[in-house]
Design a protein around this ligand. Structure first.
Ligand SMILES: Nc1nc2c(ncn2[C@@H]2O[C@H](COP(=O)(O)OP(=O)(O)OP(=O)(O)O)[C@@H](O)[C@H]2O)c(=O)[nH]1
Ligand SMILES: [Mg+2]
Length: 248
């Protein structure tokens, strides 16, 4: 039988679907409600798991050749920002981008859960494209994910501290008031639990040595930075803007 290869290639109907920068790729663990339960993780927040998600995101930024400017991890999800067209892998091909990034995450988290929680079942992450148009929209997006993290923080502690019946239908402010009556001061709670973690490139100065001139020199290197802060606040939004503007 003669194979008409060009016809068969045309059946790959989505292979030329592309995106442009700036673009965000969000990955999310599949059925992690069950995975985290079967791992016996601490509820509502397991620091080891969060550190694992942050490390996975960091590795994707540093060891895969992908040119990601910033990532934001909370719960079982991470959002990755590709800032410029020249940073986009695979000529911006969507099929490639949304299959390869969650594959790296799955591979890392699979090993991580096996090592740290003796978890033997398979895990997976899905991925989606979030097309943003401007610096303002990038900040708006990360602020939204951070507000989700904070909402999740309030609701998950409310279940335990106030009780699910009593907490039902309460607004954020009311939950915080009830927390303080019960002696839980959220200002003292862990920042990563409230706001997730931002992973980004920062510059550091390093002392070096020029062997030709035999002079001490200061070199600038880029290095991964990790920080947890309230992205919904004026200060937090400014910080995201500043991180991104520093790349130019
Ligand atoms: N115990 C514990 N569970 C966590 C932690 N972080 C995330 N999770 C669990 O992961 C879930 C993530 O939410 P979702 O992504 O909406 O739920 P999912 O079960 O992964 O469902 P799909 O993403 O739709 O497949 C949470 O509801 C928690 O059950 C943690 O630090 N500790
Ligand atoms: Mg999930």
């Amino acid at each position: 039988m003669r194979i008409d290869e060009s016809k068969l290639r045309r059946w790959e109907v989505y292979s030329e679907e592309t995106t442009r920068a700036p673009v965000i790729v969000r990955i999310d663990g599949k059925n992690f409600h069950r995975v985290t339960r079967e791992c016996g993780m601490k509820r509502p927040f397991d620091e080891r798991f969060h550190r694992g998600m942050v490390k996975a995101s960091e590795k994707i930024m540093t060891e895969t050749g992908l040119n990601i400017s910033l990532a934001y991890a909370m719960s079982d999800e991470t959002s990755f920002l590709f800032l410029k067209d020249e940073h986009l892998p695979f000529r911006g091909r969507i099929e490639k981008i949304i299959s390869i990034i969650p594959s790296y995450a799955s591979a890392y988290i699979q090993n991580f859960l096996r090592r740290n929680f003796s978890y033997k079942r398979l895990v997976s992450f899905d991925a989606r494209i979030v097309k943003v148009q401007s610096l303002l929209e990038i900040v708006e997006y990360f602020s939204w994910r951070c507000s989700e993290a904070f909402r999740n923080f309030l609701n998950s502690y409310a279940q335990r501290i106030i009780g699910s019946k009593e907490a039902y239908g309460l607004k954020g402010r009311e939950i915080i008031e009830k927390f303080s009556l019960k002696g839980f001061d959220i200002r003292k709670a862990e920042e990563w639990q409230k706001y997730g973690t931002v992973i980004y490139w920062g510059k550091i100065k390093k002392d070096g040595f020029n062997p030709i001139t035999s002079e001490k020199v200061t070199v600038r290197r880029r290095r991964i930075h990790i920080a947890s802060f309230d992205i919904t606040s004026v200060h937090g939004r400014e910080k995201i803007k500043e991180i991104i503007s520093n790349y130019n």
